[in-house]
Design a protein around this ligand. Structure first.
Ligand code: LMG
Ligand code: NDP
Ligand code: PMR
Length: 396
């Protein structure tokens, strides 16, 4: 079992060298053995894919970027890397904001905060002390495909290069009894978390391709709760995309179900399903574009950031008990600051440049390549998801 929060993992988990995956000798929770059904499914095809290539991408000569990646300092002839340019969706709170802060503080990154609430994002940036010259807020509402297209236009008109895209924003509606919908009529959690980001990343691929930055990356935030090879992923309701019949029907709750698998609406399940879509999309992007473009695609589980805005719709008792539960019982808790540093590593650390990887951290905060669940690494499902999603967002 690949326990992604890994608080009780280090003693039982050994991470083999490059590409050999993760070998679990024995795993238990509070001393009780976990069922074998929870063990990580070892997927040789996926691992082969991961092994295929280290993604230190070839540095190609480029002409389109606004600023050259390497500035020649005339005085001492020393080569310095220009500031990287990174778009982070949902950077107005939680993980996105903490990542923006961590990157901007280094002075090496200009962060484009792609947010639905312009004023909130400005205030958030100021409140955490991000230097003015290191960020720009641009409006993006992922719950509207038109807004996604407008954002891409605005970004292009800004003349900034795009070196890294971070698809981070998400909504979680665990207490909703009835589905709500995006401007285009998709169930809100999958519409925002998956379809909005799917269109965004597809449109911005061209911009990433044109970047002359040494390492260009596209990161989609995943989660442990979408992975049924973990304990957290087995807390009901479990993620399951089924045969994607609801998604193929448009997720509109009218002619078809509002759930991807065609079932009854369940807000917690819709969120977990959307995270599976995020992780599948990252792998499909990797298969289709990594070799050709040199872009590295990655996903991650940053740890349980139990106090973010993600839980704003949950019952107050949950919001009260969840942080101590994660801190003292599961030990999967991480602060926003720590989680932000982890995502910032995936953005900029040269040692995390491998493509097609789902990153996690152990309780010493060292990163490792984690194993996705069977469904979240199913390449046939990833292909089907890609094709259905393309139709829904108007790309096919
Ligand atoms: C459902 O809520 C929603 O109803 C549904 O719509 C959907 O959204 C779903 O998955 C999403 O959630 C269920 C949720 C709400 O209840 C739970 O699943 C409980 C989990 C809540 C986690 C808090 C546990 C509290 C533990 C106490 C922590 C104190 C820490 C102190 C530190 C001690 C140091 C030693 O329920 C609630 O929000 C109310 C929660 C009421 C919980 C009652 C407490 C029971 C105590 C249980 C102990 C927990 C141990 C868990 C171990 C599990 C082992 C397998
Ligand atoms: P937050 O709610 O704090 O942050 C979510 C961000 O997404 C907010 O900035 C929010 O904007 C933005 N957002 C929501 N809807 C839209 C939209 N339609 N258009 C644009 N932006 C939108 O939650 P987290 O920081 O916890 O979540 C960030 C990511 O981390 C998510 O992908 C989540 O799935 C993932 N994650 C979180 C974990 C956790 O324990 N918290 C664990 C694992 C993964 P606004 O400020 O306007 O509401
Ligand atoms: Mg979970 C290994 C222990 C572990 C971890 C790392 C998480 C992470 N959770 C764990 C265990 C448990 N959770 C257990 C044993 C329970 C039953 C008591 C439990 C319950 C629970 C609930 C009700 N957990 C939750 C919820 C939520 O509503 C959150 C959710 O599922 O959102 C989709 C959640 C989470 N648990 C996590 C993480 C990271 C979440 C936040 C969701 C996410 O971002 O994916």
């Amino acid at each position: 079992m690949a326990l992604q929060a890994a608080s009780w993992v280090p003693s039982t988990l050994s991470i083999a060298k490059e590409g050999k995956g993760i070998a679990i000798k024995e795993t238990s929770l509070f001393g009780a053995a976990l069922p074998t059904s929870l063990k990580a499914e070892f997927n040789p095809c996926f691992n082969k894919e991961l092994r295929k290539k280290l993604s230190i991408s070839p540095i190609k000569a480029q002409t389109a970027a606004a600023t050259p990646a390497v500035n020649q300092s005339s005085s001492d002839n020393k080569k310095t890397l220009r500031k990287g340019s990174v778009i982070i969706t949902g950077a107005s709170s939680g993980l996105g904001l903490a990542t923006a802060k961590a990157l901007a503080e280094t002075g090496k990154w200009h962060v484009i905060m792609a947010c639905r609430n312009f004023l909130k994002a400005e205030k958030a940036a100021k409140s955490v002390g991000i230097p003015k010259e290191n960020y720009t807020v641009m409006h993006l509402d992922l719950a509207s495909l038109e807004s996604v297209r407008q954002f891409v236009d605005t970004f292009r008109r800004s003349g900034r290069p795009l070196d890294v895209l971070v698809c981070n924003a998400a909504v979680y509606l665990p207490t909703a009894k009835e589905p709500t919908f995006t401007a285009d009529g998709f169930e809100l959690s999958v519409g925002t978390n998956h379809l909005g980001h799917f269109l965004l990343s597809r449109l911005l691929l061209d911009d990433l391709k044109q970047s002359d930055y040494p390492q260009k990356r596209c990161i989609i935030v995943g989660s442990i709760t979408g992975n049924t090879n973990t304990l957290a992923g087995n807390v009901p309701p479990k993620a399951n995309l089924g045969d994607l019949r609801g998604l193929a029907g448009g997720l509109n709750g009218v002619g078809s179900s509002s759930m991807i698998d065609g079932g009854e609406f369940d807000g917690a399940k819709a969120y977990k399903d959307s995270k599976v879509c995020n992780m599948l999309t990252m792998q499909e992007l990797h298969r289709r574009y990594h070799e050709e473009t040199g872009i590295s695609f990655a996903s991650l589980y940053p740890g349980c950031i139990a106090e973010t805005g993600l839980f704003r719709e949950h019952v107050p008792l949950f919001r009260l008990l969840f942080p101590p539960f994660q801190k003292y019982i599961t030990k999967g808790y991480v602060s926003e600051e720590e989680a932000g540093k982890r995502l910032a590593q995936v953005v900029s650390d040269p040692s995390l440049s491998k493509s097609g990887v789902y990153w996690s951290w152990n309780n010493n905060s060292s990163s490792f390549e984690n194993q996705l669940s069977k469904e979240a690494s199913d390449s046939e499902k990833a292909r089907k998801l890609w094709e259905v999603s393309e139709k829904l967002v108007g790309l096919a």
